[in-house]
Design a protein around this ligand. Sequence first.
Ligand code: MRU
Length: 350
Amino acid sequence: MPVPTVTWEGGLDGRLRIIDQTLLPGEVRIVTCDSVEAVWDAITRLKVRGAPAIGIAAAMGVVVGVRDVPPQAPEAELFAKLAEVADYLATSRPTAVNLFWALDRMKARAAALRGQGTARILNALCREAKAVRDEDAAMCRAIGRHGAPLVPDGGGVLTHCNAGGLATADYGTALAVLYSAHEQGKRFKVYADETRPLLQGARLTVWELMQNGIDVTLLCDNMAAQVMKEGRVQMVVVGADRIAANGDTANKIGTYGVAILAREHGVPFYVAAPSSTFDFSLPDGSGIPIEQRSGDEVAEGFGRRTAPVGCKVYNPAFDVTPAKYIAGIITERGVITTPTPDRVAEHFRA
Ligand code: MRU
């Protein structure tokens, strides 16, 4: 990435810094989140967004929220604060499981050190949050390596929303596959759905692919069928916010429609995601909570009214693509081809 998406500068008294993605592509502004409320707000308003990046911000948000507990205070005070901060951050967005995964990981780290004193636990939490970031960066690279062979040399690839460096520690998931193929010298064209209503495709995916010298063409979401019919697309690759144990995948609203179009046109539809995006507590996608966002994002996006005042609006932020439409899920461990409950379980057992 030309600029880091979410970073921790320094030690326990350091700073959580993010790119404010609501301002892209017009302005690259790095902001500091110096309170847990600021972290919650940044996640809720999508200043930091994309499932892995939300998880990293939440882990670092825990550090921001608990570090004022005095190092000489009894551990019970720290554990009470940790529970309060984690519960609060858990209300910021419901769909990306990486948020809850990261909060659970931070709580587990503290619990493992119970009895060693508040100061040690605080420092360990800071190191753990940095590890969440660093491990995500490594997983993105591995996803890229596993996915690159699937990219059609000389062909076209369609993606939806932003599953790039801006959505992760670095390099992305779906876009990692493309970056890696590009580094290997493959030539291909990317078609990026603009991704209504918040335009993550237009504002973020097109921006970061252009910054990295990849041939990208912007499409309105309703053009994907025509582009596939014209034979311009030989692969679809998207990210994920939560993947159930059978491979059903929640991702940005509109992804399900793209998967159906891909099936109709004989184009393989791939999902790229790290293990932290899998939710094995859910047997299938029917239990994935779908975030509902303000109707203003649809009727008055980016400050301009585009529908009658007072009109009713429905604005689910995600949908669930059934596993039967997915040719493969690319993880840091390899590719789960035509996912089934057994294949997903085997992939993670191996
Ligand atoms: O609402 P957003 O912008 O957070 O939605 C993001 C997506 O749907 C991404 O595709 C997903 O989180 C994967 S990011 C690697």
